[in-house]
Design a binder for this molecule. Structure first.
Ligand SMILES: Cc1ncc(C[n+]2csc(CCOP(=O)(O)OP(=O)(O)O)c2C)c(N)n1
Length: 514
């Protein structure tokens, strides 16, 4: 068996089912091995940032990692922005990158680069497999690392000769490290804090925002009056009717400070104390009031749901059900397009079980508030501030959950970074409705410009903050990649296209002209 075959056997043994790939010559032996071993589904992505973003979306919804397959340093470099987002969020991902055989690299061929140096800042685990005999063990260890809570990026560099040489071995299924629960003293300290009756917020992150963790947190909130909070950047929230209410810390600093000023103590579950995205000449970086006490309940890498269950025991809560949002649908809005009207239409039409991917930036600021009582659904957002993740995340989510509709809400500027994802949606017939908010501007940057006090933007500044002239034609862009598309200019038109899109079994796109 050659190293490439051993790598794929090890991926299969480790439960990796999907590989988001953009290979090159140095990865051809891996491509051939993947061709022979169909247990791993290979999904071609036309830009590496789509591959890493899709692997992120897949892991968020499937609960286990996917792999990527990238070509040398330049392929990795193209993927880094979304690898950054995944690394900020604690997403598990097995990142496989080919390299030249060392005897060839010594001649400094055109595509040679220091791949380890490029990968290091984003990889919690990083290794080059130097011989075919090492490959299976290294893939197994990469999978264990990727699955280590809360999830880690494990990068394996596979030189071409390690892939093509014989003498490789297979491995047994790699184990999974069970995350520890928080120590008893921490749980008891937090229980005492909650009993003291101070106004508490519980800031949840990672998998505490869905499944068992969220249910437990909802029970604690119902019994103690604490408020559940999510960071502005979260991986996935289960929300809507029947789910506990969780308030997301807003992006605008004034609004975040105002929300957090309500609390005298903040209990952290895998989260860090909230900070503003950017420094500002007249503002502090931290968002919580100075007299607010912070308590770490569970730290990243610990078992959030298990720790929250322990907190329930420490508080002697027996059968308190979680406080849940009531079901409520607004009626369909009519008339001129507005952010509020668009959010109302989404709330009126969102099918139960939809996965919403939200990179709508300024156009979607009302979306989460207005969909709070819609039938239960999942919501995912950008986790590292590097824009261009929405459509790739949607690809990964749709691959992980083929029976669920995916609604991808994307601002036009953000969408342009990784629009190649549309082609993968068409190629794989993914059930994704993409809504593009075409305001033809980097609207948030215009707001930031106004807020830093540098005066009104001149023509040259505006040319860097507006993206019209020429106006992007999203309908043609989508159709050109095999995705049916329509443009709407009224709320009635939006509702018709959105309903049709969400009912369809394949990809489609709606361009909303703002
Ligand atoms: C990779 C990357 N490049 C640049 C930026 C800086 N940036 C932040 S928001 C933004 C523009 C957002 O515009 P759009 O997505 O159209 O949303 P809008 O603000 O118009 O609602 C840019 C360029 C970034 N965050 N990430």
């Amino acid at each position: 068996m050659n190293g490439a075959e051993a790598a794929v056997h090890a991926l299969i043994a480790g439960g990796i089912k999907v590989c988001f790939a953009n290979p090159g010559t140095s990865e051809i032996h891996l491509v051939a091995a993947l061709d022979r071993l169909p247990e791993v589904r290979c999904i071609c992505c036309l830009f590496e940032g789509v591959a890493t973003g899709a692997a992120d979306g897949y892991a968020r919804m499937a609960g286990h990692p996917a792999s990527t397959l990238l070509h040398l340093g330049p392929g990795l470099a193209n993927s880094l922005a979304n690898l950054h987002n995944a690394s900020r969020a604690g997403i598990g991902l097995v990142n496989i990158i080919g390299d030249h055989a060392p005897y060839h690299r010594r001649h400094d061929p055109p595509l040679a680069s220091d791949i380890e140096a490029l990968a290091r800042p984003y990889s919690k685990w990083l290794r080059t497999s130097n011989t075919a005999a090492d490959v299976a063990r290294d893939v197994g260890e990469a999978i264990v690392a990727a699955r280590t809570a809360p999830g880690q990026i494990a990068t394996l560099i596979l030189p071409a000769d390690s892939a093509w040489n014989d003498g490789a071995m297979s491995i047994a299924a790699p184990g999974v490290r069970t995350p520890p629960k928080a120590p008893k003293e921490r749980v008891e300290g937090v229980a005492a804090m909650l009993r003291a009756g101070k106004r508490c917020g519980i800031l949840l992150s990672g998998n505490a925002l869905y499944g068992r963790g969220l249910t437990a947190a909802g029970r604690i909130a119902a019994a103690t009056g604490a408020q559940l909070l999510a960071p502005f950047s979260f991986t996935r929230i289960e929300r809507g009717a029947g789910r506990p209410a969780v308030e997301r810390i807003p992006y605008p600093v004034e609004q975040a400070v105002e929300l957090l000023s309500r609390f005298r103590c903040l209990i952290l579950v895998g989260a860090s104390p909230p900070v503003s995205f950017f420094a500002h000449p007249c503002r502090k970086s931290t968002l919580i009031p100075e007299d607010c006490e912070i308590a770490d309940l569970a730290r990243p890498g610990e078992d959030y749901a298990g720790t929250l269950d322990d907190l329930i025991t420490a508080l002697s809560l027996r059968q308190t059900p979680p406080l849940a949002n009531d079901p409520k649908r607004p009626s369909l809005p009519t008339g001129e397009i507005s952010p509020q009207g668009l959010a109302t239409a989404v709330a009126a039409l969102l099918p139960e079980n939809t996965i919403v991917v939200d990179e709508s930036i300024t156009s979607g600021r009302s979306m989460m508030a207005l969909t709070k009582n819609a039938p239960s659904h999942d919501w995912m957002v950008n986790t590292g501030g590097s824009i261009g993740i929405g459509m790739p995340l949607a690809v990964g989510a749709a691959v992980a959950c083929p029976d669920r509709p995916v609604l991808c809400l994307s601002a036009d500027g953000s969408g342009m970074y990784t629009l190649q994802a549309l082609w993968t949606m068409a190629r794989e017939s993914l059930r994704i409705t993409t809504v593009i908010f075409a305001n033809r501007a980097y609207a948030i940057l215009k707001q930031e410009y106004a807020s830093v006090g540098v005066g009104p933007p001149g023509r040259r500044a505006l040319d860097m903050l507006e993206i019209g002239r020429p106006d992007l034609d999203w309908v043609s862009l989508a159709r050109g990649m095999g995705v049916p598309a329509a443009r709407v200019t009224t709320l009635e038109g939006f509702a018709i296209q959105l309903r049709a899109g969400l009912e369809s079994q394949g990809p489609n796109l709606v361009e909303v002209v703002l």
